[in-house]
Design a protein around this ligand. Structure first.
Ligand code: ZN
Length: 150
């Protein structure tokens, strides 16, 4: 079968390139260039820092067709039991970053990120129920240690 007879059967027409034919069929493109509008067209969750301008989401190769929604700020919690590190401005306390993220329409996740050094990072990914139970257990242990529980 020649290319022209294939095109006649599929409706691609003379000279139509494959990407144009796929677009005509309603297929999504497979190539996305940096700076282009994100292919995710569904609205952001209300807490997303880009909810006012969802086209600015970067295209992540791990999930290129789904936007990564994050709030404007992550939270950093200082860890007093660990050594700090010297930095250009002074000393940086050890910390754990607490962040919220959601890929497309999947369930939101809480991530706890501890940067040990340039080569090593520990990440815990929690569902919302996991995070609530962890917060409850931490609060319970703190209150127990401080004698605030009856
Ligand atoms: Zn978003």
């Amino acid at each position: 079968m020649t290319e022209s007879s294939t095109n006649e059967q599929t409706g691609a027409g003379e000279g139509a390139g494959q990407p144009e034919f796929e677009k005509k069929l309603g297929l999504r493109p497979i190539e996305y260039r940096s700076g282009e509008q994100h292919p995710e067209q569904r609205p952001c969750p209300s807490w997303c820092g880009l909810a006012h301008d969802p086209a600015r989401h970067g295209i992540d190769p791990r999930h290129p067709l789904s936007a990564l929604h994050t709030p404007t700020w992550d939270l950093e919690v200082a860890l007093s039991a660990y050594r700090g590190t010297l930095c250009a401005e002074g000393v940086l306390a050890a910390s754990v970053e607490v962040s919220l993220e959601q890929v497309g329409q999947r369930a939101p996740r809480i991530r706890l990120i501890r940067y040990l050094n340039k080569e090593s990072t520990v990440i815990l990914t929690l569902g919302l129920t996991d995070a609530e139970e962890l917060a409850l257990a931490l609060t319970y242990q703190v209150q127990l240690a401080e004698g605030r529980l009856l």
